[in-house]
Design a binder for this molecule. Structure first.
Ligand SMILES: Nc1ncnc2c1ncn2[C@@H]1O[C@H](COP(=O)(O)OP(=O)(O)OP(=O)(O)O)[C@@H](O)[C@H]1O
Length: 539
């Protein structure tokens, strides 16, 4: 140990040089307790904050016990031959061959800051915040456990998507994040990978047998929770990583039993999680990661109070918030969850996915059924499996029956009034190809990864442009081409002013009745240009 260092908890030497005040203060346990580095001060090699301490095993500057643990895990992972830390990869856009800049792998050639900026710009990544970690170009570059890298490969994740490139290193530096990225761009794995890495690392270093949850993911719908939990299980296979699904409609007792038996991650809807926490004493003191998936929805009235209540029962967690649609209102509200966030924006969020062709048809309400029957009967226009979105639960049941009668096809409906087992069964039948059409309320509108679906029909256009963007997004995953057929008539006038500019930007034909509608007065390309500029100026 160097002279002038104090031995402290966890064998972390505290440098006393130049900072007499810190001598009496305890070593920072968590990264977020540390302040940002001032110009010229040492920076933590893991998170970039003030590097107040020196890691005795590596001689690197670090900010806290937490970052020391991460650093040592990375060093250990680096020495394992199976983890290829310095793999050369081609940029997905362009023909440049570059390596990852990772301050924790000093032997890897790094990119200069201006090239990092160019790389972000090429990948359509915008960031805002202090000392934002550089993007990674391959999964193995951030010291992930060998098994996790293997699981990613098995799942077919050869390289990270742009949102993953930026979010994974930022999240692994324990920074809170507000992320917007296109529908179907891989946001789920961008928070699951760091969660799995964190949980398995904590467990492998833990001496006690205590296994209270370490992370919570909140999602607005049961179906989305089921999907996220399933993906978490796939990616965390073979690691000390267990999950609990906490959603309404499933027996509460089973959920409590599972948590009591030791898990790492809870995936749940706000209502059921609150219910569980009120009725049962779940120890959340070890939860250090809190994810709000579809954050704009979770911060809307109806969910907001519950989400905040859950947040308040945690002690200073790292908060990660995601959606394809974020506006300034959500940004403001997100400040009450995390004070200093990194803002990441990838692709073209708050716009319908470019890979989905939008076909808007003006149809009077009484003719809508006839129109959808025609489409479904047409070999040229019907591209099953297809999701039909409607606005009401009764409407979903009636329309699914009507389609079956008119076309002879097997159709199921999914909405919030059905039991959980009915919803699961209908989704199973749809996903396995047993039925080719599902009629759903907005329950399937957000986040659902309906892999083979390339066609959605918005029988009833939703009330907000954000829900529109999410529903249209079900027709494409990872840039695959899809189609959204949208029925519109004067009853949908509340959305006209937002819809038309969105269609114009996408180059989608606008029905004459919509373009000439008296509810369109005052909407011009000028206002659209303003909107584009303001969204571009956002991070
Ligand atoms: N790195 C990757 N390589 C290959 N496939 C990936 C990768 N990351 C994610 N995927 C797949 O891409 C699909 C879309 O991912 P995901 O559902 O996370 O999108 P999303 O951004 O959350 O979309 P939405 O906003 O609609 O919820 C999924 O099928 C997922 O398994």
């Amino acid at each position: 140990m160097e002279q002038g260092e104090n031995q402290t908890a966890d064998n972390l030497p505290v440098s006393s040089s130049g900072n007499n005040e810190s001598e009496d203060l305890p070593v920072k346990e968590r990264c977020f307790e540390q302040r940002e580095a001032l110009p010229g001060e040492p920076r933590c090699v893991v998170c970039g904050r003030y590097g107040e301490y020196i890691c005795d095993q590596t001689d690197d500057d670090i900010c806290s016990v937490e970052c020391k643990t991460i650093l040592l895990a990375r060093v250990a992972a680096k020495t394992k031959p199976a983890v290829q830390a310095a793999k050369r990869v081609n940029l997905p856009l362009g023909d440049e061959s570059i390596c990852i800049k990772d301050t924790n792998f000093p032997n890897i050639p790094t990119l200069a800051d201006n090239r990092i900026t160019a790389l972000r710009s090429k990948l359509d990544i915008c960031v805002k915040g202090e000392a934002v970690p550089d993007p990674i170009m391959c999964f193995s570059s951030c010291g992930l456990h060998e098994k996790l890298v293997h699981n990613l490969e098995t799942a077919g994740y050869c390289m990270p998507t742009p949102v993953q490139m930026q979010v994974i290193p930022a999240s692994m530096s324990n920074r809170s994040l507000l992320v917007s990225a296109d529908t179907g761009s891989g946001k789920t794995a961008s928070f699951l990978i760091p969660i799995i890495a964190h949980c398995s690392q904590v467990r492998s270093q833990q001496c006690t047998g205590k296994r209270g949850p370490l992370a919570i993911v909140l999602s607005p719908t049961r179906e989305l929770c089921v999907q996220v939990e399933e993906q978490a299980k796939v990616l965390g296979k073979g690691l000390p990583f267990k999950t609990a699904l906490v959603v309404g409609g499933d027996p509460l007792a089973q959920q409590i039993y599972r948590i009591e038996n030791g898990i790492e991650l809870i995936v749940g809807t706000p209502g059921r999680l609150i219910d569980l926490l009120m009725k049962h004493d779940v120890d959340l003191s070890d939860v250090s990661v809190f994810v709000l998936d579809e954050v704009d929805c979770l911060l809307q009235r109806g969910f907001r109070d519950q989400a905040m209540q859950i947040f308040q029962s945690l002690s200073n967690p790292q908060v990660m918030m995601f959606s394809a649609t974020l506006d300034s209102e959500v940004e403001k509200m997100s400040n009450s969850l995390a004070k200093t966030v990194i803002r990441v924006s990838c692709g073209n969020p708050s716009r319908p996915n470019k890979s989905v062709k939008q076909v808007v048809i003006w149809v009077e309400s009484k003719k809508k059924k006839q129109k959808i029957f025609e489409i479904i009967k047409s070999k040229q226009h019907f591209k099953p499996p297809a999701v039909v979105f409607v606005s009401s639960r009764v409407g979903a049941d009636l329309l699914s029956e009507a389609i079956t009668v008119a076309t002879g096809l097997k159709v199921v409906s999914i909405h919030g009034e059905k039991t959980m087992s009915e919803r699961r069964e209908s989704l199973r039948r749809f996903l396995t190809g047993e039925v080719s059409v599902v009629v759903s309320t907005r329950v399937l509108g957000r986040g659902m990864d309906l892999l083979k679906v390339r066609q959605v029909i918005l029988f009833d256009i939703p009330n907000s442009i954000d829900e529109y963007i999410h529903q249209v997004g079900r027709a494409s995953r990872m840039g695959e081409e899809g189609m959204a057929i949208v029925f519109v008539n004067e009853e949908d006038r509340r959305i006209f002013k937002e819809l038309v500019p969105v269609l114009k930007t996408a180059g989608a034909p606008i029905p004459r009745e919509l373009a000439n509608s008296r509810y369109m007065v005052g909407v011009s390309l000028g206002s659209e240009r303003k909107r584009k500029l303001s969204s571009r100026s956002r991070p």
